[in-house]
Ligand binder design. Structure first.
Ligand code: SF4
Length: 404
């Protein structure tokens, strides 16, 4: 008997993040879905899904291989005309789409490397890791962030060293065949070379392909070192300081605490917010590892600077220090995400204006809005976003032009 109300697409996404997904034997993920191997950023190892929604589709990388997912009430089933997620114990089901593997994943760069080892699609964005394996993973004792599994992926599932030419070829293919508009560069900790290593890649993508470019790297001691990236016209900076509470920061991010310090992340965020347009800098935080009150404090702090929060729902990834920890509860995460969406609406932080940017590993305020009741204020904000999105199209076309 169906005794619980059916979750909306956004609520289902949160529930999948918190409880994971199981695959029914009817699924043909090898041919129907993007590859499932654990990749990049140490945040996602699952299956990419799109949950169609009224107003907005929600993209999600649903946990699949982690221990907790084995007990998930959600089952992915193949039916004659597609796929559904079925909630076992109830009668609810939701149609979902599996984004296919793009053709360019099979292609090779001129140097002979598979393009899928240079960059991968996360949602509709192209993610590229630059540099060697994060230095926190190579220290003795290891100092990696406790939620991260990047160190076991780079060099195994992904090329450890990439040339500018290989990246340009891959971005060009992804732009042409997958219609990507946004390239996200991430570099782990490169011991002070972080920005210098990123520069030639950002410059080449801007000059030779043309795309919106986002950067996530460890902040330099002097934020003025961002100047060359600002001159190149980076469109988005993400500061992954993860946890607001300094004790939790030190406990779960030992390398960042010892070698960088939380203050440097916050100083960089404030510096970049002064130099960049409103809502083009983000603070990436993890929900479910520190007390909820601290996550809400982080949301207040980030939005006070004119940045927007991106909330990673803690996922105990296989291979990470925290692989045996329980994922957070649904109610806690929904409360955090609603607070984030409301705070952004209240402070007029407009997220979702750029074309074709859907992320699958984190929840943005644009996704979290769909967890809120649709009242007058909601529709007002929604209409404003829609109108602005249309008005700023020429601006983004100009930003995505090939410069050379
Ligand atoms: S900085 Fe932390 S999260 Fe980023 S790659 Fe290194 S260990 Fe992983």
């Amino acid at each position: 008997m169906n005794d619980t109300p059916k979750l909306t697409p956004a609520e289902l996404a949160v529930s999948l993040f918190c409880q994971g997904l199981r695959l029914d034997s009817s699924c043909r993920t090898e041919s129907d879905a993007r590859p499932l191997s654990p990749r990049r950023a140490g945040l996602g190892s699952g299956i990419e899904l799109v949950i169609p929604g009224a107003g907005k589709d929600i993209w999600i990388n649903a946990p699949l291989t982690e221990r907790f997912a084995a007990n998930s009430p959600y089952l992915l089933q193949r039916i004659p005309d597609g796929y559904v997620v079925v909630q076992q114990g109830h009668e609810h089901s939701w149609p979902v789409l599996l984004p296919p593997t793009p053709h360019w994943y099979q292609a090779r760069t001129t140097s002979g490397k598979p393009m899928s080892r240079i960059g991968i699609l996360q949602g509709t964005c192209l993610g590229i890791y630059i540099g060697k394996r994060c230095a926190f993973w190579q220290m003795s004792p290891a100092m990696q962030c406790h939620f991260c599994a990047t160190g076991i992926n780079v060099g195994v599932h992904e090329e450890a060293e990439k040339t500018v030419a290989e990246v340009v070829e891959t971005v060009r293919a992804a732009r042409r065949e997958s219609g990507i508009t946004f390239v996200h560069f991430n570099s782990g900790y490169q011991e002070g070379n972080d920005i210098a290593q990123l520069l030639p890649f950002v410059e080449a993508v801007k000059n030779e392909v043309g795309a919106l470019v986002g950067v996530q790297c460890i902040p330099p001691p002097d934020p003025e070192e961002y100047a060359p990236l600002l001159r190149l016209g980076v469109d988005h900076f993400s500061l992954c300081y993860e946890l607001q509470d300094s004790e939790y920061f030190a406990r779960y991010l030992p390398g960042k605490a010892k070698h960088i310090g939380q203050k440097r992340f916050l100083g960089a965020l404030e510096f970049l917010c002064r130099r960049m347009p409103r809502a083009t800098v983000s603070g990436e935080i993890i929900a479910g590892l520190e007390p909820t009150s601290k996550t809400l404090e982080a949301i207040d702090y980030i939005t006070d600077q004119g940045a927007f929060p991106t909330v990673c729902i803690f996922r105990p990834l296989a291979g990470s220090v925290l692989q045996d920890k329980e994922p957070p509860g649904y109610a806690e995460i929904v409360a955090i995400l609603r607070y984030m969406a409301l705070t952004c609406m209240r402070k007029n932080i407009l997220v979702g204006l750029a074309p074709n940017i859907e992320v699958s590993l984190v929840m943005t305020p644009d996704d979290a809005r769909y967890l809120l009741p649709r009242d007058f204020v909601w529709y007002l904000h929604h209409s404003k976003l829609k109108l602005l999105k249309w008005l700023v199209r020429p601006y983004f076309s100009w930003k995505m032009r090939k410069r050379r």
